[in-house]
Every structure is written in C-alpha cells, then in structure tokens.
Design a protein around this ligand. Structure first.
Ligand SMILES: *[C@@H]1O[C@H](CO)[C@@H](O)[C@H](O)[C@H]1NC(C)=O
Ligand SMILES: *[C@@H]1O[C@H](CO)[C@@H](O)[C@H](O)[C@H]1NC(C)=O
Ligand SMILES: *[C@@H]1O[C@H](CO)[C@@H](O)[C@H](O)[C@H]1NC(C)=O
Ligand SMILES: *[C@@H]1O[C@H](CO)[C@@H](O)[C@H](O)[C@H]1NC(C)=O
Ligand SMILES: *[C@@H]1O[C@H](CO)[C@@H](O)[C@H](O)[C@H]1NC(C)=O
Length: 753
C-alpha cells in the first residue's frame, strides 16, 4: 500500500516538471558541445531571398562556404541546413575564426551562434464562451454548433503548424472522421521515420509531420545516446507536442478525463483544422535554434495559416537578434502567417518575459474557473480544503513538519510532510502539504494557504502522534472559481523594448486536459493535465486559425488587434480578473496584455490597429539595426529616418500604448482600420492612468468602409517625482463595438544638467 502511494506522488512530480520545461541536462550539453576541432554550429543569416528558385539560393550558400574551406567537399560537409524558402541563410559547423570571417561577407546580415532552448482542455472552451460540448453527430449537419465555430466550419480550411516535440499519431484526437479533402494549397508532407509510417499515420487531420535534428546532432558532436528514449521521426516520446496540438486543433473525443478529474469532451480550439507538426525538440536536450529555423523555413513554404511555438529562451535574453526565432518569425509574419508564442513560465517577478518582438503574438497563462479541492482531515477531525491532482484512494498517515531553515528531518518515512517552502528533499515521504501564499499551480504537492499551514503546524506541535487523512480531489467549476493570471506566467514590462507591451493576451494554461504520449507515465488512457504558457499558446493559435478562416484577408497584426481590443478584463459576473503573485491583485497589462482572450468578440472587433512592414521597420530602426542590415532583412533598399525622433517607437501601431519614461508630455499617433459596418461613427472614451492626462484628438472618428483614420494621443504627467507604472485604457465605441486598448505610463523626470 505504502509503495503504491509513494509512486503516485512521484508520478505527480514528474508530470509537472515536464509541463514547465523539457528536462534539460545542460551540463552534459556543455561538455559535449566542444567538438575536436572546436567547430560549433552557427546560423548565417542573409535576409530575404535573392532568388525565387530555392536551388539557386542554396547554390549561393555553398559558394559562400567554399570561400572558407580548402576543398569543396569540406564546404559541403560543414553545411547543416540551407534556409531557402521563407528567407535566406544557412546553418553550418564553423570554427570561431571562420564565423568571424563570414560575418564580414557583404551579404551577411548576422551570424548567430546556435542555441539550445526549452519548451516552455475540457473546460477551456466553456470558459472562453466558445462552447461546443457535444460531439456533432455528423460533420455535414453540425446543427448544434454556433457562432464562430459554425461560421468557420470549425476551422476546416485552416492549417495550424506547431514547432514542438512531435505527435503521438494514434491518439484519438487526431482522428479525421468526416473530414473533407486536404486544402489544395498545402505543399507540406509527412516524413516517415522511426515507428512513424507516413502512409499510415498521417491522414486528413494530421497532414504534415516532419522532424529536425541535424542542428542538435552537430552541436552534440554526434552523441546520440538520448535517441534510445526518443524516436528519430515525428513521433512524440515526451507528450508536450501531442498536448499542444490537441489544444490548438484536436478532434472531438468525448468522455476524456484524468482518472475521473476534469471529465468532459476534449477538443481543440479549431476542431476541424488540419495539423502540421514540426518536431524540433528532443527528449533530454531540448530544441536547437538551427533546427527551429529550418522548421520555420519549411512551414512558410508548406502553407501553414498560423504557427504555434511553445518554446522560449532563458531570461533575461541577450541581444535581440540572438533570440532564437526573432528573425525566422519575422519572415513568417511578413508573409502573413501569425506566430503565436509563449510568454514563458518565469513569473510572477517583473520583466522576465520572452518572445517580445512586436510581430509575435505573446501569450500569458490564466487558471481556468475550475479547481480540484482536496480534503485534508487532521487526527482531531479538523478539516481543511487544499488543492491537488491527487486522484485517490484516500490515504491516512502520520504528519510531520519540515523546517527548511533547520534542515533537520528524521523519522518521516511513510508520513505526510507539512512544508512552507517547496525546496524539500523528501525521500520516503508519502505526501507533501505546501503552505504558501504564492500559489504555484504547477506544484505536485497539496497546496494550502499560509494561514491554513500555521493552523496545521499548531496541531502538529500540540499533538503526540499527529495524523492526517487526505481524500481524493474533486472537480469544481464555475463561480465562485474565477480565472486569474497564474503566478508562474511571465510578466512585463518588456525587458528589451519597454514601449512594446508584452504579453499581448492571456489564455487558460493551468491543469489543461489534453492528449499525451502514452509513454508519459503521467498519462491516463492517453490523456493528462499539464500547465504552462506552453498550454495557453495553442489556445490562442486555435482561435487565430478560426479568425483566419473567417477573415482570410486580415494581417497577423489585424488578428492580434482583434484579440487584444476585445479581450475580457472582468469575469462574466463583472468582477476584475486577478493576478497571483506575492499578493493577489487586480491584473494589469503586464500580467495579461489586453486581457483574457474572448474569441466570439474577436470575430467582430469593429476596428483594428493594423500593422505592416513599415511598423516593423521602424521597430528595427529603434532596436539599432542599420540601413544596410534592414535592407537585407527585407530584400529591398530601406532607410531609417535620418533625424532621431522623426519616427518614435511610441508611434508603432500597436493595440496598446506604453510610455516607459514620460517627462512632462508626449504626443503619439495611432491609426484605425474599419473592419465593421460602413459609415460607422466612433467616439473615444478615456480612462487616464493616475496622475496622467490623456487627450485624444479628434474625439470622434467617422469611417466609411475599410477606411483608415489616424488620431493623436497627448499624455501629460502631473507627477513631480519618478513613479512606477500606472494603468488606464482608451476605448473607441460605436455603441456596439468597444475597441479597447490598455495604456501604461511611467513618469521619469529627466534631470537637467
Ligand atoms: C570539424 O569536425 C566535425 C565533426 O567532428 C566535422 O564534420 C567538420 O567537417 C570539421 N570541420 C572542420 C572545419 O574541420
Ligand atoms: C507503411 O505502410 C504501408 C501501408 O501499410 C506499407 O505498404 C509500407 O510498406 C509501410 N512502410 C514502411 C517503411 O514500413
Ligand atoms: C466514460 O469513461 C468511464 C471510465 O473511463 C467509463 O466507466 C464510462 O463507461 C464511460 N462512459 C461512456 C458514456 O463512454
Ligand atoms: C473523529 O470522527 C470520527 C468519525 O466521525 C470519530 O470516530 C472519532 O472519534 C473523532 N475523533 C475525534 C478526535 O474527535
Ligand atoms: C551595419 O551593421 C552590421 C552588423 O551589425 C555591421 O557589420 C555593418 O558594418 C553596419 N554597416 C554600417 C554602414 O554601419
């Protein structure tokens, strides 16, 4: 009995460490990295393609490498990938002097050392108002389907690409029953490999399945020991990729649960969408940027409609261009493919957010309006409710307190421990009750509040043989449970460019039920609950796929604007959404961007803050790229404004206003595009941040159809001292649509010389 309980606890632990990160053995990596001749993997980025013919593009790459090597053969052998579709560049094994030499080549924009990265639902769609709880009896008569799902045929024409750990193709969530033919524009394919037969495993649901490992292998000097636990194919050994793909676009599977918890119908945001899986992350090691770039290159060529990337670098990031997929994602977005990326799991401290370039749609995580209350009964019959994923049977054990300050602990084998600090090594312990007011919803422990912990400690200290009974968790949904930004979700402000608000939006990412690889010891009948911004990212990718079906002509920025301006900032009962942290507080834009995603409203936003290449150029200029570099990135001659201040980063047409250093006053510009009814009249409603006066002019905008109109916003501070951020909003309303953007202002008085 004791053994089985113990293993249950361990199983819980394992699942959660996976949910947050791919377990990465960095020390091993560091030692394996240096190959004998000191070659390392570099990405040599050349910007936009100079030819339409991919073979010609690759030929130039070979020529460039030949100039570094003695023989043609050495040059060809050193190449790992040629990026030839979405943009131009290559990955190669180079010594540092070769890397330096090639960086001086006139057509090179940037030479970037390869990096290894980590990865970072039953109830989800009800909470977001995109419900379709019943499996439609047949696809041809989805009479029970309503709203956005109905209008888009549940996303049947959309292709969602995911960069992740691959797919467990036999999972029921990838069934293609009732699916029509694969969209004709699809140019991707499925590649067979270890235990993956493209003929059998791909279908009209799973239409693309490739894998990318050459960059990682080169980095490891060919060390393939980890392959005994992974598959050299798109097959998912780990579960993360199967989980995210289910969330974005899984087919309906009824009666799914985690041992009875969270029982319901599992499906993706766009349940009829097609899935293209690009496996770039491998068990033990993670994801190599050279591999990710090739996946982007292919995805752009293949014709995906949206990319979902639940991967992030370490924080804080170094130089922006070194960020893993900064440039690759730019090319996808410039070609009309929204890239939805995870904010990271480094919250609740400020400024630890990743994927912050303005072209990413960066997603934070909230809880669901669901909890798993777990009854704790002490030996004196006093009861408390904590939260856990403990599925029973009930256990009764001795109870002990572990004081991490003294670090001493004896006789705890077979007992339950009360701790106030999660750094506890607890060999032989049956269960751990964790009391802290910074809830960590990814913890394998039974969570209670600090105050409850103090009570239980009092019981332990005054009782000769304290005992505890822990009952299996139950599932509670709806009020009084409300969604809140979870503590681990990474927060703004943006550490690279504080005037670019990040995150953009929030979506549920805690204890999400979706399919897993059955190899994951934590899966039950092929399903499991995982938490992370890894999970909230594909929620938004699925919704983005539906919006693209409904509005094929919308740019990635228009879609982002629709999502941000219509997001919920309150629960359905009107109470503000909270953010967890050391203190629970009302969420602000650095917690959740525009708010909690509201898919039905995003389908009809009225107006959008659109963005195009011009805005991205002005961002690159302000980020310190010079004209030569920007011209290469874009593939055409481009000049940054010559006088500084001619173009301000504050004027980038984001669906948000963030002023990191307001000294007296500043005026900025935005423009709005009407995507609603012709001849609409909108009025500005301002909610100024504390101590700031916001003046909008004009205050009324009269639109024809599709017309673009600009307005100015003057922000003036009355603060006499430097402040932190204060928050407000600007809403344009026509009485039907409320087009709301968050405003964040920090006063910084410049001292005069
Ligand atoms: C360096 O070593 C790797 C593998 O050991 C080899 O593939 C590569 O060609 C070598 N590079 C040079 C420049 O000698
Ligand atoms: C894949 O499956 C098809 C159809 O069953 C079969 O003909 C083919 O031989 C299989 N390929 C491999 C490599 O096993
Ligand atoms: C649902 O699943 C449970 C256990 O997995 C099973 O006992 C039950 O019969 C299933 N119900 C339906 C309607 O399939
Ligand atoms: C606790 O409750 C149980 C069952 O209701 C009872 O048998 C037991 O005596 C109670 N113990 C105490 C300490 O009150
Ligand atoms: C532009 O930037 C690149 C890369 O940082 C640098 O190599 C180049 O010399 C710069 N060119 C000019 C004209 O400043």
């Amino acid at each position: 009995m004791e053994n089985s309980l113990q293993s249950h606890r361990l199983v819980l632990l394992f699942s959660f460490s996976l949910a947050l990160f791919l377990s990465t053995e960095l020390s091993f990596l560091a030692s394996a990295r240096a190959t004998e001749n000191n070659s390392k993997v570099y990405i040599v980025y050349l910007g936009e393609r100079e030819h339409d013919d991919p073979e010609l593009v690759t030929a130039t790459h070979h020529q460039m490498l030949e100039s570094l090597h003695e023989s043609k053969e050495d040059a060809h052998n050193s190449m790992i990938y040629s990026y030839q579709h979405g943009f131009s560049g290559f990955a190669a094994l180079l010594t540092s002097s070769q890397a330096k030499k090639i960086s001086e080549h006139p057509s090179v924009v940037h030479v970037i050392p390869n990096r290894i990265l980590k990865l970072k639902t039953t109830r989800t769609w009800d909470l977001l108002g995109l419900s379709q709880s019943q499996v439609p009896s047949s696809f041809s008569s989805p009479s029970s389907v309503k709203g956005l799902l109905k209008e888009t045929n549940m996303g049947s024409e959309a292709i969602i690409g995911l960069l992740d750990t691959g797919i467990w193709p036999e999972s029921e969530v990838f069934n293609d029953q009732g699916f029509g033919p694969i969209p004709k524009r699809w140019r991707g394919k499925c590649k067979s490999g270890k235990d993956f037969n493209a003929t059998i495993h791909c279908n009209k649901k799973l239409i693309g399945a490739k894998y990318y490992i050459k960059g990682l292998m080169a980095e490891l000097g060919g060390n393939l020991k980890f392959m005994t636990r992974d598959f050299k194919s798109n097959r998912d050994a780990q579960g993360h990729g199967t989980h995210t793909a289910t969330i974005a676009g899984g087919s309906f599977v009824s009666n799914a649960s985690f041992n009875g918890l969270a029982l319901g119908t599992v499906r993706g945001g766009a349940p009829r969408a097609r899935i293209a899986s690009y496996k770039v992350c491998w068990i033990t090691f993670g994801c190599s940027s050279a591999d990710m770039w090739k996946a982007y290159d292919d995805a752009i060529h293949d014709g995906v409609d949206v990319l979902s990337v639940s991967i992030g670098g370490k924080v804080p990031e170094g130089s922006e261009v070194d960020q893993v997929h900064f440039v690759a994602a730019f090319h996808a977005v410039a070609k009309g493919i929204p890239v939805v990326a995870a904010a990271g799991n480094h919250g609740p401290g400020a400024q630890l957010i990743t994927n912050v370039a303005p072209w990413f749609l960066t997603v934070a995580a909230t809880t669901l309006d669901r909890s798993f209350p777990t009854k704790i009964t002490l030996g004196n019959n006093q009861t408390y409710y904590g939260e856990s994923l403990f599925t029973g049977p009930d256990i009764t054990t001795g109870l002990a307190f572990f004081d991490s300050r003294s670090g001493k602990i004896t006789n705890v084998k077979g007992k339950t421990l009360l701790v106030f600090d999660k750094d506890v090594s607890n060999e032989g312990v049956v269960a751990v009750i964790l009391a802290q007011n910074v809830p960590d919803e990814s913890s394998p422990y039974i969570l209670i509040s600090y105050e409850q912990g103090v009570d239980i400690l009092q019981y332990i200290r005054t009782t000769r043989s304290p005992t505890v009974r822990i009952s299996a968790a139950t599932t509670l949904t709806g009020p009084p449970e409300a969604a809140k930004v979870v503590a681990f979700s990474s927060r703004g402000p943006n550490p690279v460019s504080p005037a670019i608000l990040k995150p953009d939006i929030a979506a549920p990412g805690v204890n999400i039920l979706a399919a897993l690889s059955p190899l994951d010891p934590e899966s039950h009948n092929g399903f499991g609950l995982l938490s992370g911004t890894s999970m909230s990212t594909p929620v938004v990718a699925g919704i983005t796929a539906l919006l693209k079906c409904l509005h094929p002509d919308w740019s990635p920025a228009a879609i982002r604007s629709a999502l941000v301006t219509t997001a919920w900032t309150t629960s359905k009962s009107g109470e503000p959404i909270l953010a967890e942290g050391s203190n629970k507080k009302i969420a602000d834009p650095f917690d959740y961007g525009g708010g909690l995603v509201n898919p039905e409203s995003a389908a009809d936003p009225g107006l959008v803050y659109d963005m195009g290449i011009k805005d991205y150029i002005s961002y690159m200029c302000s980020a310190g790229y010079n004209d030569t570099s920007i011209s290469r990135v874009l593939g055409k001659k481009t000049n940054c404004p010559s006088s500084p201040g001619a173009s301000s980063i504050l004027d980038i047409n984001l669906p948000s206003i963030t002023i990191p250093n307001l000294d007296r006053e500043v005026t900025l510009t935005r423009s709005l595009t009407n995507v609603g009814p012709k001849n609409s009249v909108y009025k500005a409603v301002v909610e100024s941040p504390l101590g700031i006066t916001l003046t909008v002019s004009p205050t009324t905008l009269v639109f024809g159809s599709g017309q673009v109109l600009s307005f100015k916003v003057r922000a003036k501070t009355s603060h006499k001292v430097n402040t932190g951020y204060f928050f407000g909003s600007l809403t344009w309303t026509d009485g039907v649509h409320d087009v709301r953007i968050p405003v964040s202002v920090q006063t910084r008085i410049m001292t005069k010389p």
